[in-house]
Design a protein around this ligand. Structure first.
Ligand SMILES: [Zn+2]
Length: 228
């Protein structure tokens, strides 16, 4: 993850911000377009969600009608729809469209795929990296589609274990390769924000099939490649 300058500066409104380089930056998170999914046109769902967020604001003891929060319910509604748009996408269909016949039969590995998801227990983010590998058996898939598959499943409410398996299973089912290996390393905000001792913990999950399970040397090669 790229680190931004952490030098702080006070804005005219008195808020401390981490990114003095962009002065508009202090309000950039209030940019109404930042989470807008142009394909998401269901106004009824957005307004239902907005009402729920309005109630949440009251529930935490806020005044949802004060100036700074007036547009927050709709912003949160739109951001939630954006962050869960994977429910409205079909990873299997997406992969099928990018399958080619090819005799290449060595391991294909895409590592360090950036991943942002939300845990289904707290609806808080977890994020990290996915490494996805397979050994073709006559069929390969466009490399970028492997990253897209990760994204589609990640943009749903998840547990990291299931996310890892879903990625393996869809690749196994569409390509019928000799094996699939998936490893995800992620930090969960529901643990990090709880504080102290859990702040730096990373959770690693793996899901494998075929030769990644049956062949010690295949599995070792995969793990060696992702760890360097
Ligand atoms: Zn959680």
């Amino acid at each position: 993850m790229k680190s931004r300058s952490m030098k702080q500066e006070k804005t005219p409104s008195g808020t401390w911000v981490n990114n003095p380089a962009s002065y508009a930056g202090y309000s950039s998170c209030a940019d109404d377009d930042c989470f807008n999914d142009i394909h998401d046109t269901d106004q009824e769902i957005i307004s239902g969600l907005s009402d729920a967020v309005y109630n949440m604001l009251e529930g935490i003891g806020e005044n949802p009608d004060r100036e700074g929060l007036v547009k927050t319910p709709e912003r949160v509604a739109r951001s939630l729809r954006f962050l869960t748009k994977g429910y409205r996408q079909d990873p299997e269909e997406m992969l099928k469209k990018a399958v080619f016949s090819e005799s290449y039969d060595e391991m294909v590995l895409v590592k360090d795929i950036e991943l942002f998801s939300m845990c289904e227990h707290h609806m808080l983010p977890f994020f990290g990296k996915a490494h996805v590998a397979y050994i073709p058996d006559g069929k390969i898939v466009g490399i970028s589609k492997l990253a897209r598959v990760v994204e589609v499943y990640a943009r749903r409410l998840q547990v990291q274990e299931r996310l890892t398996q879903q990625i393996r299973d869809v690749i196994q089912s569409v390509l019928s390769p000799r094996g699939v290996g998936v490893v995800i390393e992620a930090k969960h905000m529901c643990m990090v924000m709880r504080g102290v001792e859990k702040q730096n913990s990373t959770t690693t999950t793996s899901a494998m099939s075929g030769e990644f399970l049956s062949s010690q040397s295949t599995r070792s090669e995969f793990l060696r490649l992702i760890n360097r």
